[in-house]
Design a binder for this molecule. Structure first.
Ligand code: DAH
Length: 355
């Protein structure tokens, strides 16, 4: 066999060996290895080319053409195999990532508002709907707004009853954790007068208050809602109408109310408000101590001194005000026996109360 025929035969068998290797390979990495093995710089084809040097110069182009042909057959076959293997790889990956859309989802735990927050929101919303504007004041309050402006001068016994937490003064101004939401009356009236000039104004002020007190019915931090209205000719009748509407809406039934004469420094006259017992419908039970009535809040006509302290003419304007304890109302509505349950954060209680 001539040199050239021998080389041709060598190329032919190389080609058929390579093609069957390409079709047998299982993955892209294996194919890349074969590419190097046959077409690489030190590959089989290069090895065959070395033999070309032995040929006569006129025979070289003939075999050169043959080599190029083999090379293009092999590289086309490699490309085709690579395309096919990539599709296989992609299909396998998609198959592996298949999502079962019919699998039931895992429900995430749902949070709920704290019952006191819910009560605050509910109560505030009832007054909002009646047209009262929502106002807030700071929990760290000055002594003037918390006491003096509310007609509780320095030596007044009511100061002692408030079990006040004092904090660091600001300059000469004694500061405290507000003991009730009534100072928001002072702040809201001042702000309102600066903005609007004169009454009418109607405000609902929800918030936290603090007293140094702790037992079954007292917590050092609790929540109040303060409600007041100032206008010409405001009377106790307005107070009673608003109370009746509010309490019936909150308790979701027609509750009877009773105003008992009382004393608060910032109202004159003052009254404590009772509702007909929501547990026994007035027949008498343990909760209402057999009286048929439950005390729910303090109220009255805003004292002229309070109006004076913010510059409202008490000859021309009058107002009613009341303040209620949120925890107490929530306890009555939900039948919760102990105030401390609100603050212990027992999740069983919070889950049962949550909505
Ligand atoms: N501030 C009073 C308290 O915390 C509650 C109160 C009573 C508020 C009568 C009022 C009111 O506005 O008129 O004990």
């Amino acid at each position: 066999m001539s040199e050239i025929d021998a080389l041709k035969a060598q190329l032919e068998s190389l080609q058929s060996e390579a093609l069957s290797a390409f079709s047998a390979v299982a993955d892209l990495a294996g194919l890349q290895q074969l590419r190097v093995q046959y077409l690489g710089k030190k590959g089989a084809l290069t090895e065959v080319l070395k033999g070309v040097g032995k040929l006569a110069p006129e025979q070289r182009p003939v075999i050169g053409q043959f080599v190029n042909q083999t090379k293009s057959v092999l590289s086309q076959a490699l490309d085709a195999a690579e395309a096919e293997l990539s599709i296989h790889a992609k299909v396998a990956r998609i198959e592996a990532e298949r999502i079962d859309v019919s699998l039931p989802g895992r429900a995430s735990a749902k949070g709920a508002l704290h019952p006191v927050q819910r009560g605050l929101d509910e109560i505030t919303a009832i007054f909002s709907q009646m047209g009262f504007a929502v106002a807030e004041g700071p929990e760290i309050e000055n002594e003037f707004n918390n006491f003096d402006a509310l007609n509780i001068p320095p030596e007044h016994p009511a100061r002692a009853m408030h079990d006040t937490f004092f904090v660091n003064p600001i300059g000469d101004e004694p500061m405290l954790l507000r003991t009730h939401t009534s100072p928001v009356q002072i702040r809201a009236m001042k702000r309102f007068l600066a903005e609007e000039g004169e009454p009418p104004l109607a405000v609902v002020a929800p918030g936290r208050v603090y007293r140094c007190d702790y037992d079954v019915t007292h917590s050092p931090m609790f929540h109040q809602v303060e409600v007041f209205k100032v206008d010409r000719d405001v009377s106790m009748a307005h107070l009673k109408g608003v109370l009746k509407h509010f309490l019936s809406t909150y308790f979701e039934k027609d509750v009877s109310i009773r105003l008992r004469p009382h004393y608060f420094p910032f109202t004159e006259p003052s009254a404590e408000v009772d509702i007909g017992c929501v547990f026994c419908a007035g027949k008498g039970c343990r909760i209402c101590k057999n009286s048929g009535w439950i005390e729910v809040l303090g109220s009255g006509m805003i004292h002229p001194n309070v109006l004076k302290s913010v510059g409202i003419d008490s000859e021309e304007f009058s107002g009613f005000a009341f303040g209620l304890g949120v925890e107490r109302l929530v306890m009555l509505k939900q039948g919760i026996p102990d105030l401390r349950m609100f603050f212990e954060n027992d999740v069983r209680f919070l889950r049962r109360m949550g909505s």
